[in-house]
Design a protein around this ligand. Structure first.
Ligand code: SF4
Length: 395
């Protein structure tokens, strides 16, 4: 099996009790069988801690879960923000979900991909304080592939280099950010058409132009349509406003940003975005990291359902939304520090990207005509003039 890991994880260290937004607060926490079996032995001792364990675990249809507190906290989260199970029973006896977080692992036949979740503040701190590109480590072991049964085994080896090329384009700062997202969308629609025709052998030719010196791969940017950009952004923010937020302060913050957005004229918005781009000139990589994160995690799933384009569209539109909300925060608060960006990304990861109900609702709406291709290309494009940095960034 070929195992690919993000090198970033080598530097990761859980902040534990000092974490500003612990992962021990969540809707549900399932127990794996092995851990549950270990807990049964503790419960069998019949001591007060064992009795508390009984009261803190529920079992339904053979699946054991912790009974989370009303505020979503794990029943074993202590006041000092440490895990009582970790402290009392040791690191090897905490649930697999907790042991593995913030990593995730996905398997595709003989490939295993391991990444880190942006819902963890410590992962984001590492990501945002290291402007350099993501690096991956590749190693091989003798593990047999789990199964090729439910995936398109013909597509897998041919889509893998395509996914690599998409990751490279996302991180290539020779293209301005708005050109990057246009190129990704354009190329994704061609990849999708090729997959739909089952002409997998033609995929290599689609990415070949990026092997030369031209970072655009010969793809020309669409003529921008500022009015369409405006209405698309409006729909995108409105759509996000209708999702269910676990933290009311996140819903309130979005409502406040949307209010500012609606109070601006189209020219105000263009000027704000231009000034924010100028302000973020040396931090543009933050948005590239988000695009990379989503593409790295999601793109290979195409081998299960044949859907490539909508995954790229989600990466692009979530970035579009994050850029806009960051820009609105910058306008209202007069600053936008890397710590503020960390909060914006983390909230998005927790509330939407890793909340299946919200993500499914969002994806369904993104399939609508408001975000249809190729109209979307004109909406995400910006004119060279509008992208030029303003000499006087807004304070
Ligand atoms: S969110 Fe990250 S840093 Fe915080 S407790 Fe969980 S793993 Fe540790």
């Amino acid at each position: 099996m070929i195992i690919r890991t993000l090198a970033l994880f080598d530097r990761f260290q859980c902040a534990a009790g000092a974490c500003k937004d612990t992962c021990c607060v969540r809707e549900k926490l399932e127990l794996d069988n092995k851990t549950y079996f270990e807990y049964q032995r503790v419960i069998a001792r019949g001591d007060p801690f064992g009795r508390r364990m009984v009261a803190s675990i529920s079992e339904r249809n053979g699946v054991a879960c912790f009974r989370m507190r009303d505020n979503g906290e794990c029943p074993f989260l202590m006041r000092n923000h440490l895990c009582e199970l970790y402290v009392r029973l040791g690191p090897e006896r905490i649930a697999e979900t907790c042991r593995k977080y913030p990593t995730f692992s996905k398997e595709y036949g003989n490939y295993r991909e391991i990444g880190c979740r942006f819902s963890c503040p410590e992962v984001l701190r590492l990501v945002l304080t290291h402007p350099e590109k993501f690096e991956t480590r590749v190693r091989e072991n003798d593990t047999e592939p789990i199964s090729f049964k439910n995936l398109d085994a013909d597509l897998l080896p041919l889509i893998y280099p395509v996914r690599e090329r998409f990751l490279q384009i996302a991180q290539d700062a020779r293209n301005p950010l708005q050109a990057t997202v246009s190129i990704l969308l354009n190329l994704a629609s061609r990849v999708q058409a090729t997959i739909d025709r089952k002409k997998y052998g033609e995929l290599a030719a689609l990415i070949a132009p990026f092997e030369g010196d031209d970072p655009t791969g010969g793809i020309e940017c669409e003529t921008p349509d500022p009015e369409l950009r405006d209405t698309t952004l409006d729909k995108l923010i409105k759509l996000h406003s209708k999702l269910e937020y676990k933290k009311q302060e996140n819903a309130a913050r979005l409502a406040a940003s949307y209010k500012i957005f609606r109070s601006e004229t189209p020219d105000d918005r263009l000027a704000r975005e231009r000034d924010f781009l100028a302000f973020m000139r040396d931090r543009e990589y933050e948005y590239r990291k988000w695009i990379f994160y989503v593409l790295h995690r999601d793109l290979l799933d195409v081998v299960f359902d044949g859907d490539f384009y909508s995954r790229v569209r989600y990466a692009v539109l979530s970035t579009f939304f994050l850029f806009e909300t960051g820009s609105l925060e910058w306008k209202s608060r007069g600053q936008f520090t890397p710590q503020m960006q960390e909060e914006v990304f983390r909230n998005y990861a927790r509330e939407i990207d890793e909340t299946p109900k919200n993500l499914a609702r969002l994806q369904k709406k993104l399939n609508g005509s408001a975000f249809a291709y190729p109209k979307l290309l004109r909406a995400v494009a910006r004119s060279a003039d509008a992208s030029a940095p303003s000499p006087e960034p807004v304070a």
